[in-house]
Design a protein around this ligand. Sequence first.
Ligand code: FAD
Ligand code: FES
Length: 317
Amino acid sequence: MRRRIYNTETRVLDNIAINEDYFKLKVRVEKKVFEKAQPGQFAQIQCSQEIEVRKNRKFEDHSELANYIRLNIDKLNESQLILRRPICIHNAYKEKDGRKVTHIFEFLIRKKRKGTELLSKLKHGDNLNILAPLGNPFGYKKSVDEGREVLIVAGGMGIAPIVFLCNKLIENGVRPTIFFGFEEDFSINYHSTMRKDLRALSKKVHIASNTLVEDVFVNGFVTDILVDHLKKLSRKKLDAIDIFSCGPTPMLKVVAAIAEQYDVNCEMSLEERMACGFGACMGCVCKTKNNDDEKYKRVCVEGPVFNSKEIIFATQS
Ligand SMILES: Cc1cc2nc3c(=O)[nH]c(=O)nc-3n(C[C@H](O)[C@H](O)[C@H](O)COP(=O)(O)OP(=O)(O)OC[C@H]3O[C@@H](n4cnc5c(N)ncnc54)[C@H](O)[C@@H]3O)c2cc1C
Ligand code: FES
């Protein structure tokens, strides 16, 4: 099925620093983009010339800015910011003020290098161009329709697409159980808020941390607490479960093995380095299988969400 992708201008409404390395970007999007977005999908965010240029100079109007970019394109290209950055839709919701409705996307972003660093400097009122929504979403609608039990398994930044997913499930009358694991750097100034947020999104939340030991967290990996939960369930209950997972590749690999061991349906969102984000460059392929048939698929188009049975993980990850 071909999906509509929009190349669209958004307006930054807020940029909230969670701690030194993480921030939440809140942008206003057009209604038509908002309505197409599903949990698990992502946006390709432009963090290029325009932001860098605007930061350093004032321009009277867009044509003056466009002219500046044209004249300085070589220099700007060197700054490696031509490619957009893929970021999950962390949340999508409407804000109402009287009769006025604003459609919102939120992005939860970790500062890594140049692109994400630039995004962290955006301010209220800045324009931000995005391509969205991209990729295949989580198959949560089937879970809702068939009244299945949903378990969410997230690690660190893997929480990014999960908030949108939980909100959609709740909107449709399903409260998931969340298993969340994190390391200390993610949690600074954030874990108490996060715990409250996750509680509001679930019927039960289990949190594990192997670095930050507090009474409320289980000391260990998120996959340990997942196994503790699954091993207590009957075959009938296991057959009625869908796991949705997102996190670092080593964690996903273990979650896939657990899903196989307990024969539980499991979908997971993969992360690969991306260039175009819409299927043209083949830069993001991963190895997949369907029975004995192995083939490469593009994470940006056929993913980022795959059934765990499909994925062939590299042996060293
Ligand atoms: C589907 C998807 C969803 C993602 N969602 C989020 C999210 O919600 N929040 C978040 O903080 N991060 C997310 N990431 C990772 C994020 O895209 C990278 O951290 C970011 O692109 C790094 O850009 P940079 O300029 O800071 O780093 P650089 O290393 O300078 O980036 C250089 C180039 O490599 C690409 N690149 C580098 N690391 C990654 C990566 N891990 N994945 C894909 N491309 C990469 C960049 O897009 C850019 O083109 C997601 C990645 C994918 C594939
Ligand atoms: S990033 Fe270009 S094909 Fe996926």
